[in-house]
Design a protein around this ligand. Structure first.
Ligand SMILES: [Fe+2]
Length: 357
């Protein structure tokens, strides 16, 4: 067995304020990276800046991280950080700001390098990163992965380097401000992480322990997902914790075919990340061996793959044209590293079954 999760995780109400000193101890000048609106709306940005001010730390806010951040945005944020003299990075938001924060931290530490450095197979240092998640899907607060948009390749590609946040502060109250569509799509992303980690050639007893626990908590949140307008503080924290367990799981195993298929649907079709991965989940499970299917579906509270498919079609519907689906299938079939993570052989014929949505 193997298990690696170097992030110090703090979860629960007011955890940013309660752990302000730990956050402030990461450096003297923070570059806070986030999107334009949500971190202000849900008060996470205010909580973070209050924590830094309380401990006499300087900060600069870069609030131009777009959804599915590009390497160009990473470089613009790096320039802002260098100008301000930033020595640590705090990502606030969903996966986009947290992933961007990791890439920015690499580039900040290596100011002489250009963006191609993110994809070079070298050992790279980075500035310390803290993550404050505000959605319930990515798990980026506990993984080393940063997925960035590569306009030159017309898809999303993970940077080569692994940068685990030093500190993750996860407070469910931020999720209560998120739009219902975001709560649903990101919760489906978490379900995809849990499933793809469980049904994975890299899975072992420890990764399956975190994935199984995450699936059980996810199952308990199903009613809240169907009616997010009634989301309680407890359910919001449970959804955030599920996403974190899912992140810990994929940090051990990686994701598998549904995620690999999703990237082109998101880049070319504009389909939200979670929904784009979730649409292939039921079919991915359907071709796994019986015990794995049973373990995942029963933990997540589903009778069979058909019931899961119906639930996801209702929760995060996806419409995609056949040409896009075929392009996604072809790109994954050309990716032996990704195919190896699936525990059953996938040829062109079976891939056609998996993309039958
Ligand atoms: Fe994901």
């Amino acid at each position: 067995m193997k298990f690696y999760m170097p992030t110090k995780l703090r979860s629960g109400p007011d955890c940013v304020a309660r752990h302000a000193e730990e956050l402030a101890s990461l450096g003297s000048d923070a570059l806070i990276v986030t999107g334009r609106h949500s971190a202000r709306l849900n008060h996470a940005l205010n909580d973070v800046t209050d924590a830094l001010k309380k401990h006499g730390k300087r900060y600069t806010v870069f609030d131009r991280i777009e959804e599915n951040p590009s390497v160009e945005t990473v470089m613009t944020a790096r320039a802002a950080g260098l100008e301000a003299g930033a020595d640590f990075v705090i990502g606030i938001g969903g996966g986009s700001p947290m992933d961007a924060a990791k890439a920015i931290a690499v580039m900040l530490k290596n100011p002489e390098q250009d963006w191609q450095y993110l994809y070079q197979s070298v050992s790279a240092e980075s500035c310390p990163v803290a993550a404050v998640p505000t959605t319930c899907g990515t798990g980026s607060e506990v993984t080393g992965v940063a997925v960035l948009t590569r306009h030159d390749l017309q898809t999303k590609v993970s940077m080569t380097h692994k940068v685990f946040p030093v500190l993750a502060l996860s407070d469910g109250k931020y999720l209560q401000y998120a739009p219902q569509s975001v709560i649903r799509s990101t919760a489906v992303d978490a379900l995809a992480h849990l499933t793809e980690s469980y049904i994975n050639t890299n899975a072992d007893e420890l990764s399956r322990m975190t994935a199984s626990n995450g699936l059980s908590i996810w199952a308990a949140c199903r009613q809240a997902l169907l009616h997010p307008e009634t989301l309680t503080a407890e359910a919001a924290q449970a959804l955030m914790d599920t996403a974190t367990l899912a992140g810990i799981s994929i940090a051990q195993t990686g994701t598998s075919i549904p995620h690999a298929l999703s990237y082109i649907l998101t880049y070319r079709g504009g389909i939200p990340h979670g929904a784009a991965a979730g649409v292939f989940l039921a079919n991915y499970i359907r071709y796994a061996d019986h015990d794995m299917q049973k373990a995942v579906l029963s933990s997540a509270g589903f009778r069979d793959a058909d019931e899961l498919q119906l639930f996801l079609q209702n929760l995060a519907p996806v419409q995609s044209d056949p040409a896009l689906l075929n392009a996604a299938a072809e790109s994954v079939l050309r990716n032996p590293a990704k195919l190896r993570l699936c525990p059953y052989p996938v040829d062109a014929a079976l891939m056609q079954e998996i993309i039958r949505i």
